[in-house]
Design a protein around this ligand. Structure first.
Ligand code: SAM
Length: 470
């Protein structure tokens, strides 16, 4: 991912973002940091970029023209169509306070433009013209936006794939799942009479994991009661959904893994979205609650939700007949609750697919020609292929919301156990990641139902329904 920083002090940003992990990430081309000197774009013959504010008052103001021309230069470099959809972040004490959640959201962009103010700030007209996001790093006033941009870039860049050597660390550290990180210790075992907790020396990973979770919870309760409240709320929701866990496993897994974003919270239900997707999932205790949630959502819907999943049959007619959503498919949920790995069989090569296989997958799987989605799944590293004598015979993948799917075996290779092997492989992969494998079977697909049952999946009695925008 690339960061373009519009600034009057490029050397500050260049130097500040060129040590340790970020330096390595830049050298490995995992991220690009491009500082653009606004002064290079001024039309003033003395190189001036600021002037007095109209109406008087203290200090100087950065003028619109050099900022706009510097911005245009970046857009031109990116190519107009890519450039124009690139988000422009203005660092300002008046913006929304930066959080880990925002860092995750920004980390999904390929390019980001940061605009650093100085002096008293920037002429309002250019801000209105180019800025998409206003962000503050806290309720205090800095002399310029450079340090704030560097704080944001540091937090976002470390979430880009490959930047941290150990992907696990981004998943377990503070704020993940609304919990602060547990205490950590390194050598020596005893320091100034203080011992490392014995459990950490036990080698029993299950017990260590349980201890760490307990410590995280205790810490959060003590240091951040606000976060702890959110954590308790999520746990209570997981418990409620678990009363009918087969049909709600998609939501439960998202909540358990800290991958759910709440679109609407209601005392009697929720609308949540798998982070980084355009999907909304509805759970409600009764129809009245469901209607309330839909109304709240309709009032604040920014238009980003593309698919809607309803988990209770009593909401299907409401969505079908009274809203702008159109029924797509009705599914049962198949959940692998046994927790033991499955035999994959020998002699079949299964490996991660690269982008060169996107068309192959697209040609053999009915996604209504949505090759972009296939590419996105391949890029996410969740599409696998089975190969026989070096030739692709079938594939499987994981959908955006975490279900196993897109399973297909080419006609010439059917009835040889390749489908079962691919699915067993993916189940084992999910188990190794500490997840509960699940998939969705379209009502009436008996072949898929049989395969899931044979592998030991439990099938939900109830159905869920996917809707799309009319
Ligand atoms: N007059 C402005 C106001 O009251 O909102 C403050 C201007 S400040 C002195 C100069 C620049 O520093 C701002 O344009 C902004 O880019 C940056 N800045 C200052 N405090 C910031 C903060 N807490 N977060 C992000 N950027 C900040």
């Amino acid at each position: 991912m690339n960061f373009h920083i519009l600034t009057l002090f490029p050397e500050m940003v260049e130097q500040g973002l060129n040590t340790s992990i970020l330096k390595r990430a830049r050298e490995a081309s995992l991220i690009g940091v491009h500082a653009v000197n606004i002064r290079d774009y001024t039309l003033n013959k003395h190189g001036k970029t600021d002037d007095y504010p109209y109406g008087g008052g203290a200090g100087m103001l950065m003028q619109a023209q050099p900022v706009y021309d510097a911005y245009q230069a970046v857009i031109k470099k990116l190519g107009t169509s890519q450039g124009q959809k690139t988000r422009v972040v203005y660092l300002t004490p008046q913006g929304k306070t930066f959080t880990q959640k925002m860092a995750q959201d920004f980390s999904r962009e390929e390019n980001l433009i940061f605009l650093c103010g100085h002096y008293e700030g920037i002429d309002e007209r250019v801000l209105e013209e180019i800025v998409t996001d206003e962000v503050s790093i806290g309720d205090y006033v800095l002399t310029g936006g450079e340090l704030a941009a560097m704080v944001m870039i540091d937090a976002i860049a470390r979430l880009a794939p490959g930047v941290l050597n150990n992907e696990e660390s981004a998943r377990t550290e503070s704020f993940h799942k609304d919990l602060l990180e547990y205490p950590q210790y390194s050598r020596p075992e005893t320091w100034r009479g203080r011992e490392v907790p014995k459990i950490l020396l036990s080698g029993d990973h299950k017990k260590i994991e349980a201890w760490r979770l307990e410590q995280s919870i205790l810490r959060t309760e003590k240091k951040r009661p606000d976060l702890y409240g959110k954590y308790l709320e999520t746990q209570a929701l997981i418990e409620e959904l678990s009363e009918n866990k087969l049909i709600h496993m998609d939501m439960i897994e998202l909540l358990r893994r800290g991958e759910a974003e709440f679109l609407v919270k209601d005392g009697e239900g929720v609308l949540l979205s798998p982070k980084g997707t355009e999907i909304a999932m509805l759970y409600c205790r009764n129809e009245a609650a469901g209607r309330r949630i839909l109304e709240t959502f309709a009032r604040k819907d920014p238009g980003t939700v593309r698919n809607f999943v309803a988990h209770q049959t009593f909401m299907f007619p409401v969505l079908r007949e009274e809203t702008g959503w159109e029924e797509e498919i009705v599914c049962r949920q198949a959940v692998y609750t046994r927790g033991v790995t499955l035999p994959v069989g020998k002699g079949l090569e299964i490996r991660k697919l690269t982008e060169e296989y996107a068309e192959f997958v697209g040609n053999h799987y009915d996604l209504a020609g949505d090759l972009c989605y296939v590419r996105q799944r391949i890029r996410a590293g969740v599409m696998y292929g089975a190969f026989v004598d070096g030739l692709p015979a079938g594939f499987i993948g994981e959908h955006e919301e975490g279900s196993i799917g897109m399973l297909e075996v080419l006609p010439a290779y059917r009835r040889k156990g390749i489908g079962a092997a691919l699915e067993a492989f993916y189940v084992n992969k999910m188990l190794a990641e500490g997840r509960i494998p699940f998939g969705q079977i379209i009502k009436g697909n008996d072949a898929s139902m049989k395969l899931q049952e044979k592998l030991g999946f439990r099938i939900s009695r109830d159905t869920l329904c996917w809707f799309s925008k009319k």
